[in-house]
Design a protein around this ligand. Sequence first.
Ligand code: DOR
Ligand code: ZN
Length: 436
Amino acid sequence: MTSDKSKTGSLLIKGGNLIDPAAKIDAVMDLLLRDGHVAEVALPNKIRGGVDANFDARGLVVAPGFIDLHVHLREPGQSYKETIATGTAAAAAGGFTSVCCMPNTSPVVDSQEWVAWIQQPQRGAVVNVFPVAAATQASKGAVLTDFRGLQRAGAVAVSDDGKPILNETIMRETLRLAAEINLPVIQHAEDTRLTENCSMNESTTSFRLGLRGMTTAAEATVVDRDVQLAQQFTGARLHVAHLSTADALKAVRRGKRGKARVTCEITPHHFTLTDADIGEYNTYCKMNPPLRSAGDREALLVALADGTVDAIATDHAPHATHEKIIEFEKALFGIIGLETALGLAITRLHREHKIPLARIVELLTAGPARVVDLRGRGTLARGSYADVTIFDPKRRWTYEAAKSRSKSRNTPFDGWQLTGKVVATIVGGKIAHRAG
Ligand code: DOR
Ligand code: ZN
């Protein structure tokens, strides 16, 4: 489901604090949705005429529907971990009305056929799904895919996520050809020649646990190189996935000052945890990029606040129990994240680090919409899609992984008390999730 042109009737959302950073609105407003689009945004009690339904949003924030640039929905091929139906149900529960799904499935999404397959109604998506297609065939990093064809089929970006595009000539060609059709290139920045057999960040914790550690340079040198490559082509668009280090941020800042379009995303786990949280080999803290030092996390918090970062993205990476509850070095990388993103953002970024709510909403809406050009989304301006997230920024709740809508349970946040809860998620004017 990528758009909804059907008649969905009308819904008047009344009295909420409407935060729409793209339209520079942060005020109590009423919002009228009609037939899948925003029909009106107005001061309280000014909207006249009959409506099919009302939603009392007093005391709640009404925001554009959240957009997650980085999720793994695991179809085709790994439906024992997640399906498009279960992954998007988790997205809706987390307030996300649109998700971009990564192509590291089985097989890899490197053809128009698979891009189209993901978007078929039979998949049972309950939020909008925008496929990211592989940049190289089978993500092997050697032969480029057909960018034009993939874009025509609905891909919003290309990426070999899970792996980097390491070869410089291939990355240069990827950026050059994608620039011709204004397609973003999403890079998982990791010099895998430096990270072989590594399962965490290189630190005193890796030393204590006797685990091989990834250096921050393995990320930063790739980001630095890519920024330089992107600057060689007018119109090139480089998006750095799940950025995790202070040094990579320096390269992104350099790129943003230059003429290339460089953007980046940060995950909730990287702004919340550090490698010390691995404790005694907690595999729910094993992800790639790995949790980093307190200093890196501090740099991420600064960049989230100061505008360097474009989006919060979850890197929702479901895995089955037998793939996680095993020896640390054998466990797969990744954690689920769709249902905890807002709570972690409000708890850590807003309450502890005083980042304004409007900035957090921007990182979940207008920011990601710009990165992959989701026109008519990421804002509640009149005429946009009726994708809306309604949340209570003050509500305290406890995350229970056992109740997740995801098929998988691999999260370090089970039992965490969070502040900030999704109350309703509206996709194309229809309620896709409502808190009980
Ligand atoms: O933690 C991760 N999980 N990092 C990746 O790059 C891939 C992802 C996955 O697909 O499980
Ligand atoms: Zn990745």
